[in-house]
Design a protein around this ligand. Structure first.
Ligand code: HEC
Ligand code: HEC
Length: 447
């Protein structure tokens, strides 16, 4: 017993020595690594912040060289300045600009101008005021390029923020702090593009006359744009309604596999697509799916499946732009905008009535291949058929409360969330009671 005890006493320092030696060995193996990890972590954090700042700048201010199209080619700037400032037509007053859904960035305005706006001492009927706002770079998503004298608008370019940002209206309707990623459902893209005096390049591309182009644009209405028009040339659906789709939010997209209403590709795929083919920036784009002349006659004719510009003003911006978009979280609904108790009951309904089989929380779309046939959803295939996979993508639902204007589903066919729920109730024979329906709506408004 005694002996055993002494052996034990000897064993303790031995064991201790072993442990110390072991940890020393571990230290000498990773000790350097540990401090390098911290350095690496710090470097990663710094580069993440840098990339985020860069992406924000690109999203808000980069035109990717698209002024060659919006100004130099279709001459939109001439319509904005009007004949009194060397352009054509009556010009665009701030009142008109706000009426077609353009937004003014309060943070770009000097204090004196803000004071005058508050006092109602700024002439909002004067196109000259619009030019002054452009010179301040205060029109969200639009950049004017002035001549060296700073008087003449030489050309104009557009940015991602045009459609995917709005403002908080803190000074006046349409004037406030930027809200990046929010869908601008007031923006009448068709009306704005229609102002351009020379749409011959679009008409030629589509193989129609300018009047036909303007008819298509006039049908879009607020909050809509048609990203497929210049691929398949379809301006209208078979039922005669516009072929344009709603502008979706560009927040809450991290973790979501396929994007756009019809799942064209990843966020960065679509960013390259839009910057090259829709904004008409100068870059490089590759998608052989667009060489299919039966499905995408306009794109195939124009060679959109393989675009090359030198210099390339887009590709170098894709990493930061992608990163920024993934950093944009869906905003939380303000307190009082929904009934929390009803929303809690609605969550149960959402989970028990098949919704989560497609809208998987917390990303509210399927992790993996998030696409469905029109038949599954019980809707027509028109828009799905305009995209490579001929399916609809499960829409992520976070931040729904920010885009109730314009309706729901890709074309806004359901005016309210109640209409959406009624559709599912019929399509999946859910047998929802009135109470369950209203609870479910409150839940959707809480996301
Ligand atoms: C003229 C308006 C307009 C501009 C400018 C615009 N977009 Fe979009 N964006 C849309 C519309 C409309 C859709 C839906 C397209 C579809 O489904 O066919 C869309 C879809 C998207 C999506 C998919 C969102 C989702 O729910 O998955 C992303 C991401 C996106 N845009 C990012 C951008 C970026 C980045 C830019 C700038 C490079 C940009 N957009 C410029 C109108 C616009
Ligand atoms: C089979 C998969 C599937 C199921 C089940 C499903 N959804 Fe959807 N949901 C989709 C798809 C796909 C879309 C996009 C449709 C479109 O773009 O036209 C969508 C769109 C929506 C929208 C509109 C989003 C927007 O931005 O316009 C809401 C709201 C919605 N679903 C709620 C629900 C609720 C509530 C349930 C359960 C009752 C449910 N969904 C069940 C696939 C599904």
């Amino acid at each position: 017993m005694l002996l055993r005890y002494r052996q034990f006493l000897v064993a303790i320092p031995l064991l201790a020595a072993f442990v110390v030696a072991g940890s020393a060995a571990a230290r000498s193996d990773d000790g350097g690594d540990q401090s390098r990890d911290t350095q690496l972590d710090r470097a990663t954090d710094e580069s993440a912040q840098h990339t985020l700042d860069e992406g924000r700048r690109i999203f808000r201010y980069d035109t990717f060289g698209d002024e060659a199209f919006w100004g130099d080619t279709v001459k939109l700037h001439q319509a904005i300045e009007g004949s009194s400032h060397g352009g054509v037509g009556p010009g665009v007053s701030p009142k008109t600009a706000l009426a077609v859904g353009l937004k003014v960035d309060l943070d770009a305005l000097p204090d004196a101008l803000i004071e005058n706006l508050k006092k109602g001492q700024v002439n909002l009927d004067d196109p000259g005021t619009t030019l002054a706002l452009l010179k301040l770079n205060a029109v969200v998503g639009v950049t004017g390029v002035f001549d060296t004298s700073g008087v003449m608008l030489r050309t104009i370019g557009i940015q991602c923020a045009l459609c995917h940002s709005t403002v908080d209206n803190s000074l006046a309707p349409g004037i406030g702090h930027r809200l990046d990623g929010w869908a601008n459902r007031d923006l009448n893209v068709g009306a704005i593009v229609s102002l351009a005096p020379d749409l011959s390049v679009v008409a030629t591309l589509l193989g129609v006359d300018q009047a036909a182009v303007r008819t298509v644009l006039a049908a879009w209405g607020p909050g809509k744009f048609d990203a497929e028009l210049l691929l398949d040339g379809k301006g209208f659906r078979p039922d005669g309604k516009t072929a344009a789709t709603l502008i979706p939010p560009a927040f809450g997209l991290a973790g979501v596999n396929l994007h756009t209403w019809t799942g064209w590709g990843s966020v960065t795929y679509w960013n390259a697509f839009v910057a090259n083919l829709e904004m008409h920036g100068k870059g490089t784009f590759f998608d052989p799916r667009l060489n299919d002349a039966t499905r995408f006659p306009v794109a195939a004719r124009a060679g959109f499946g393989s675009v090359h510009n030198d210099p390339d003003l887009i590709t170098s911006k894709l990493p930061a732009l992608h990163f920024y978009q993934l950093g944009l979280h869906a905003p939380k609904p303000p307190p009082g905008s929904f009934d929390p108790e009803a929303a809690a009951r609605g969550k149960q309904v959402f989970e028990s009535k098949r919704c989560t089989s497609c809208h998987v929380p917390p990303i509210f779309t399927e992790p993996g291949w998030n696409m469905h046939t029109p038949q599954e959803l019980g809707i027509d295939s028109f828009q799905a058929d305009r995209a490579p996979d001929q399916r609809y993508r499960t829409a992520p639902l976070k931040g729904l409360w920010t885009h109730v204007k314009g309706g729901f589903y890709h074309d806004g066919r359901f005016a309210t969330l109640g209409d959406v729920v009624d559709h599912y109730n019929a399509q999946f024979s859910l047998g929802l009671t009135d109470q369950e329906t209203s609870d479910l709506i409150q839940y959707l408004m809480s996301l």
